[in-house]
Design a protein around this ligand. Sequence first.
Ligand code: PGA
Length: 253
Amino acid sequence: MRTPIVAGNWKMHTVLEEAVALARGLRGPLSALRGVECVLCPPFISIAAVAAEMAGTPIRVGAQNCYVADQGAYTGEVSPRMLAALCQYVIVGHSERRQHFGEDDSLVNKKVHAALRNGLVPIVCVGENLAQNEAGQTGEVVARQVRGALADVPADAALVIAYEPVWAIGTGRPATGADANRVAALVREVLADLYGRDRADAARIQYGGSVNAKNCAEFFGQPEIDGALVGGASLKADEFVAIAGAAARPVVS
Ligand code: PGA
């Protein structure tokens, strides 16, 4: 059985002091949850402080992006090697990076390799935009993104896929649970084709896009969906705790 994973993508919100306050508010209630893995992804400059707050708890910390090289003359970039000293996860290929910073599947693939090489678990984001959705191209686009992101990635690599339809992100207009489940199932078929059925069945696939405490159960009730990547609602401690709690599955001891 797959353990659901609920990650909060704080995006470019919170100054250091606010990030620490949010982390402190989440630490107790998230630590008390069983049967769900929680990941906080603050802005780069707050990762160290948030990680310090989460020390000794089961709560994981992640970055929102990384560069493809481990070190070097790349002014302004943050390497996966630096991140690996502080956190466990890194979001790769988020649609906002693809949209505003020109990231394509080939760059996303390099970032996936860079993360894995440094022992970070990439949360690989895929999803169609509105025009592609309306043109009925969702399956084709998502399959291409998954294959592109995972080119030459070995079967035993630890990674998470987040299906995030671009039109659902930050719009208050989520996909339906059934539609998200259908795309998650398709992602799993691509993984099965690449790595075999067992690996595909073990892979965790999140849904992301306007997930909140009210609508999350619709996604967590779907058999192919293993948690969520949460943006706006992850900035409110109570709401994020409610979402993570709703994702928790009974622990088999
Ligand atoms: P949202 O963002 O929950 O604010 O829609 C999700 C994401 O971008 O990961």
